[in-house]
Ligand binder design. Structure first.
Ligand SMILES: Cc1ncc(COP(=O)(O)O)c(C=O)c1O
Length: 375
């Protein structure tokens, strides 16, 4: 979109759309960069929330180095735009190895993650250029219960050894995505959680060391844990948070940020009145907001900015239904065409629905970001 075609102000944007407050983005990113620097830990931001070059440039402070991606589509997109030192932070599968092979040969540093002897065998069976070795990180499960080798099992040594023993592989270290931090409430709980998570990861590091296996990289990452880090997280080498660029209402509820830090909103307009149901109908259904969060917290899952009594109670594909938590709606307050702004529960899920983001500073639209999509 040329600058001439840009809407002039937030009041002029087509709805529904995603608004990105660039000043809040910069503030959130500076805070996380400072946190990591003050702790002596390398920040390797995850790009999965925004999936844009512009977001990557802000989170890497313009270096275009050291990012984590969730999909190979992201890896290829960022590599094509001059990014290097990319970690594909997802358990490797055989099907994806040919594309990883290309990236590993093309980039000066490309790292993959694995969590089984079987997956390491596929890696060993995939040759790289003679001057290259696969750089691998073993994914550890410190309690989240998703992917990763269980931190307190003897498998950590067996699975690490499978990489160490391979001629075409460099074992870089270990990583855990501490997703259970999303179950915490408040700074004290987050710090207690971070302490335990770090203890578990350093236990794995020490166990590997005893088996003669060195970990150059010992990383963890989630936005809640890295926003309010425990002191012992300074013993780690890398942080991999991603959502902090935008934050969202979920992080406000957790206590990782304040509502004022949330840098994204869905802009929507009132398209119909439904007095028989005490409801406003808007043009933002689940394709622009996403349902993520509604199962967990029902009608509280979105915040309507400046209207604390309004609740987004239901969505179909393109329609949203809003009604007051208590009392009768004054429809005169919300004429057709009224703009409302929703703080989403989970900005990763919400942003994913939008082919472009309108970026604003104050009320002025200053640009658009076009995210990459696919896997
Ligand atoms: C492996 C991995 N690392 C890092 C992150 C970033 O965590 P967050 O979304 O809390 O910033 C995620 C998010 O899902 C992840 O899956």
């Amino acid at each position: 979109m040329s600058d001439a075609a840009l809407p002039a102000t937030v009041a002029d944007v087509p709805t529904p759309c995603l608004l990105v407050d660039i000043d809040k983005v910069k503030r959130n990113c500076k805070r996380m960069t400072d946190t990591a620097r003050n702790m002596g830990v390398q920040l390797r931001p995850h790009v999965k929330t925004h999936k844009t070059i512009e977001g990557g440039d802000i989170t890497t402070a313009g270096t275009r180095r050291k990012i984590v991606v969730a999909t190979l589509n992201e890896a290829e997109f960022f590599a094509a735009n001059g990014y290097d030192d990319i970690l594909y932070g997802f358990p490797i599968s055989k099907e994806k190895l040919p594309r990883c092979q290309k990236l590993a040969n093309q980039l000066s540093e490309f790292h993959i993650m694995y969590d089984s002897v079987e997956a390491m065998q596929w890696v060993k069976d995939t040759p790289l250029n003679p001057d290259k070795k696969w750089s691998v990180i073993m994914k550890v499960d410190t309690g989240y219960g998703r992917a990763g080798v269980l931190w307190d099992s003897d498998d950590v040594v067996t699975v690490a050894k499978a990489a160490v023993d391979a001629d075409n592989v460099k074992f870089l270290g270990i990583y855990t995505h501490c997703g259970s931090s999303y179950d915490c409430t408040g700074v004290d709980e987050l710090k207690k959680f971070g302490t335990t998570n770090t203890d578990r990861l350093t236990t794995v590091r020490d166990k590997l060391k005893s088996a003669g296996i060195a970990c150059e990289t010992v990383g963890t990452g989630s936005t809640p844990s890295c926003s309010k880090p425990a002191d012992n997280m300074a013993a780690l080498t890398e942080f991999h948070p991603g959502n902090y660029i935008f934050y969202d209402y979920e992080h406000v509820r957790i206590g990782a940020c304040t509502l004022d830090d949330v840098a994204v909103r869905v802009a929507t307009r009132v398209i119909s009145h439904k007095p028989s149901k005490n409801q406003l109908v808007t043009n933002s259904g689940f394709t622009s907001v996403s349902h993520d969060g509604i199962k967990q917290i029902g009608e509280e899952f979105c915040v309507v900015q400046g209207h604390p009594n309004l609740r987004l109670v239901e969505m179909s594909q393109e329609h949203g239904k809003i009604r007051p938590a208590t009392g009768d709606l004054d429809f005169g307050e919300y004429p057709l065409g009224t703009m409302l702004f929703l703080y989403p529960y989970h900005s990763c899920a919400t942003a994913y629905n939008h082919p472009l983001y309108y970026v604003h500073s104050g009320e002025k639209i200053v640009g658009v970001w076009r995210p990459t999509r696919g896997w």
